[in-house]
Design a protein around this ligand. Structure first.
Ligand SMILES: [Zn+2]
Length: 579
């Protein structure tokens, strides 16, 4: 149990298939866009959240697949390739590796971590498109778009610069002016130039296909109502979805004048590709198809498979409306999302993460901090923006590490194990726990809340439940004073020791989804192995079991360290934490 699944670890050979009569859980994390490095906010938003839940599901014994991969097609990659004088494929290969390494370092237990630029993607996306075409879901519209004759490329708004018609700022972007912050239409810019080659863009006519939401709209709404009622949808997923529906579903363009994408399999459209929002969610399916010929058993099996999708709030509408509509309109029996866990944003202090401006902490910075990955995982989950945006704060990070990890969990485990080693030669004594019903009852209350929180995807509260278990242990230890009982009441002393050791084992098991390495370390100190998470407290370590030696699990973060990190990554503090 709880094997450490490495990223893309040859899942091809062993990917399990849904088992009739069991819970079969398919978990996806929103596909990160390939050409930038993930920052802490990206990591907590979907990749780490999905990992915590996937690990929990495995610890319940549920048949679980966790998948993600890099989203590789689109303008941004094509432009980056032009600018760097590389091929789009080279850019993707390079950054796919960057992502893979960062998630591996974070101990993200993907069963599959793939990519969208594959033959499987082309085959599946084109088939879905043809089904929609067959069901009359597209309309054609002609538009005029800015085009660079020099680079022979249609230009996305942000690749055009010119003078702002509102404030005369000379470097306004095609979509927004950085000086007056007004939203712009690129056609409004005075003296527009192409950012890629400096040429003057021309207006060129082009035809595109738009997805029309009329035909299957009532079916979509009926499905949505059921899914939201029965599933675990985070409040922001529900509110964003309802707002979209209320605003009315305008036809959405699904094609682009680009080369780097999945080709549109239709006459007169051969030189166009799918727009990434149409293409990328299909990546979830094709990424599994790359490693598993039987992928339909997961993806066309709604009665036996539960689909959980983790994402940031900016991705909700694509997963709750647009992609499900696409699947419904094929009229095939797809596995549709049952649960959407969407997060708000984590900011760096009061600022947005920005690689170019050197603000915040990015995936590859983590190793240089010497703070263990589990501590990062812990803090990110503690700050998970479940109800509103949250802020990374160095002082808060230090305080939570020093109080919760070092003083609460670390201290408790260290005291108990050291005491058993010293007084009982490391061997758990004979004892009867029937006298300790009050403590066991309070443990059970927390444990059952923990399961409720996990099942309703309130990961932050579930982590707090782990801290509560440790607090219960600490208080009990302090109250009973086993070092005194040793001389006055040996029988009671033995009871306290056995119970406290069992609380450690329970804690190690509950912590595994959040802090897998720490969980391993605690179990190695107990000289024991991973087990499924129990529903109720029971004897997990028996009298006579020999435990190992205590070593410190966590280190204090000092003021000097904080000063150093702030010099390196920028100051991040926020005195008005609300969430
Ligand atoms: Zn302006």
């Amino acid at each position: 149990m709880a094997a450490i699944y490495s990223v893309n670890s040859g899942a091809s050979e062993t990917l399990s298939l849904p088992i009739p009569g069991q819970r079969n859980i398919l978990i996806t994390s929103a596909l990160p866009y390939v050409n930038n490095q993930p920052h802490l906010g990206n990591i907590i938003g979907c990749v780490l959240s999905g990992d915590v839940f996937a690990r929990y599901c495995r610890l319940r014994g549920w048949n679980t697949i966790y998948l993600s991969g890099t989203d590789e097609y689109g303008t941004a990659t094509e432009v980056k390739a032009l600018v760097e004088g590389k091929s789009p494929k080279e850019i993707c290969d390079q950054y796919h590796e960057v992502h893979r390494e960062i998630y591996q370092m974070f101990n993200i237990s993907f069963d599959i971590f793939g990519r969208t630029t594959t033959t499987e993607q082309t085959v599946i996306a084109q088939q879905i498109f043809l089904d929609l075409e067959h069901h009359d879901c597209f309309i054609e519209q002609e538009t005029k778009q800015l085009y660079s004759e020099m680079s022979q490329i249609f230009l996305a708004d942000r690749y055009i610069e010119g003078t702002c018609p509102k404030c005369s700022y000379v470097n306004a972007k095609g979509d927004q002016c950085d000086q007056c912050h007004q939203l712009l239409n690129p056609l409004e810019l005075i003296d527009p130039i192409c950012c890629i080659d400096g040429s003057r863009p021309i207006l060129k006519k082009t035809k595109h296909l738009y997805l029309n939401f009329d035909k299957y709209r009532s079916r979509l709404e009926e499905w949505l109502k059921q899914s939201m009622e029965r599933g675990q949808w985070s409040p922001c997923a529900t509110s964003i979805t309802k707002a979209w529906l209320e605003r009315g579903l305008e036809p959405r363009c699904i094609t682009r004048d680009l080369k780097w994408g999945t080709p549109v399999p239709l006459k007169k459209y051969e030189d166009k590709v799918f727009y990434v929002w149409f293409d990328a969610p299909i990546g979830y399916i094709s990424i599994m198809a790359q490693v598993c010929r039987e992928w339909r058993q997961w993806w066309q099996n709604p009665d036996q498979v539960e689909l959980y999708q983790f994402m940031g709030k900016d991705n909700v509408a694509f997963h709750s409306i647009v992609f499900p509509y696409t699947l419904l309109a094929t009229e095939a029996n797809w596995t549709m999302v049952n649960h959407i866990s969407a997060t708000h944003y984590l900011q760096y202090g009061t600022q947005k993460f920005s690689k170019s401006r050197g603000i915040g902490i990015f995936g590859s910075d983590i190793a240089s901090t010497l703070i263990p990955v589990d501590v990062w995982r812990f803090y990110l989950i503690m700050m998970r923006p479940e109800n509103a945006d949250t802020s990374f704060d160095w002082n808060d990070f230090q305080s939570k590490n020093n109080t919760e990890l070092v003083n609460n969990i670390g201290n408790y485990i260290n005291r108990v194990i050291s005491f058993v080693t010293k007084q009982f030669d490391g061997i758990l004594p004979e004892a009867n726990l029937v006298t300790e019903t009050e403590v066991i009852q309070s443990i059970n209350t927390v444990l059952s809340t923990f399961h409720d929180n996990m099942n309703s995807l309130k990961l932050r509260d579930a982590l707090r439940n782990c801290l509560s278990i440790s607090s219960i242990g600490n208080k009990y230890w302090q109250l009973q004073q086993p070092w005194k009982l040793l001389k006055t009441n040996m029988e009671k002393c033995q009871t306290v020791i056995l119970l406290c050791a069992n609380i450690i084992k329970l804690l190690a098991t509950m912590l595994e989804p959040f802090m897998p390495k720490t969980s391993d370390l605690i179990l190695s100190q107990l000289q024991d192995q991973h087990i499924l998470i129990p529903e109720q407290f029971n004897l997990l370590l028996s009298p006579g079991h020999k435990i190992g030696v205590a070593t410190p699990l966590f280190q204090k973060i000092t003021n000097e360290m904080i000063v150093e990190y702030e010099m390196k990554f920028g100051v991040a503090c926020n005195n008005s934490q609300t969430d």
